[in-house]
Design a protein around this ligand. Sequence first.
Ligand SMILES: Nc1ncnc2c1ncn2[C@@H]1O[C@H](COP(=O)(O)OP(=O)(O)OP(=O)(O)O)[C@@H](O)[C@H]1O
Length: 296
Amino acid sequence: MSGRKDDFEELTVSEQSAAQIDVADSACVSGEVAMTKSGRLLNGNGEHTMAVSELHKSFGDTAVLRGVSLDFADEAVTTILGPSGTGKSVLIKHLVGLLEPDAGEVRVFGQDIWSISEAERYEIRKKMGVLFQDGALFGSMNIYDNVAFPLRKHTDMTEDAIAEAVMPAMQEVGLEAAMSRYPGELSGGMRKRAGFARALVTKPDVVLFDEPDSGLDPVRTSLLCDLILQVHREHGGTYLLVTHDISTAKKVSDYVGLIWKGEVVHYSGAEEAFASQDPFVRQFLAGDSAGPLGMD
Ligand SMILES: Nc1ncnc2c1ncn2[C@@H]1O[C@H](COP(=O)(O)OP(=O)(O)OP(=O)(O)O)[C@@H](O)[C@H]1O
């Protein structure tokens, strides 16, 4: 059932992408880190499950993150909104250790992940589930094997134990009837759900969603949001979504941040964000062309 390729070079681009992020999908060890429930957000010094501080990242001459500081509320769903190209995916890649900051700190489970060894960073990544934009599924594996992949790769679980973990994840996302199909045979919404099952199968304490709504119509986006909320209600965890879709943010968020040109221009509880009179927030949420947010 595995169909797994071991040689990275032989994989397609999409499979390489999945292989790179699969390090974030592995067995979760709950309760290792004492979590604060303070809900303190911007620039706090408290130990949240996940926080970034004065994060800077440039590619060549282009400064993408310019001093981003965010505490992500534990056991809540936070959405970071922002126009395309503003650095949202780059932020997520820092949190899972796929990109190293030029300056600043990325703290996850109480550790500055760039001041520890690669082996320690790897252990932290294993406690995080990630749903990347395209689901990052292996095209050469059926859905069951895709979801089982992190368990086969990072644990010594037997196939029976793996099935016991994979089947509930499949049921949770409503894909039990499609598990022998290949990603190329699924709709975009089904691929997202398969990616979500893959992110969930290790029961991670942290789940990151990079534009979960990308490529989905409004109804499927809404259904996926319902699913995210339902799973969060059942299992808890610290969830972070990045998106430019306001309806997604309205539906799922406990907290909302807005990033513009690599800086946080707003961060608050969701209710406050959607009622905000801040000109950046108002313009973005209203989709107005007039205002402080421009094309460049
Ligand atoms: N590895 C990289 N090398 C060079 N430039 C990069 C790299 N990764 C991201 N960038 C650039 O960083 C900027 C921010 O990209 P990012 O993908 O984070 O945007 P985003 O806010 O997620 O946008 P979208 O909503 O369109 O996905 C873009 O200009 C992008 O081209």
